[in-house]
Write a new protein. Sequence first.
Length: 121
Amino acid sequence: MDQRRASAPAPVRPRRDRTAADLARHAHAPLSVVRLPLHHSRLLPPGSILLLYTDGLVETRHGDVAENVERLGRLLTAAPVGTPLDTLLRSLHDAAAPTQAEDDTVLLAVRLPARGDGPVH
């Protein structure tokens, strides 16, 4: 995965040990802050899920963004293995999105094929 971000929050990835990977730790400054585009690459294990989302999911006027991102990670890692992505996204949105939406909310999940699953189409 090559990671380049503008102002969107860092992606979240559940680990096999049922904890959430902190992909923000290795992310560079947002693209709008630096002149030269910087990127970070990492290899994701087969079967990984990568969750991308907009800040509307974790930012509220009176909430703590870091706590909300941690909560999102806990929700993601608590999901049963093999949950269909549309079901996973709906449950994450229903559990994590603010009740009074102040901003747009978009979630996108990608599941990499497990070893032996064949090519991605």
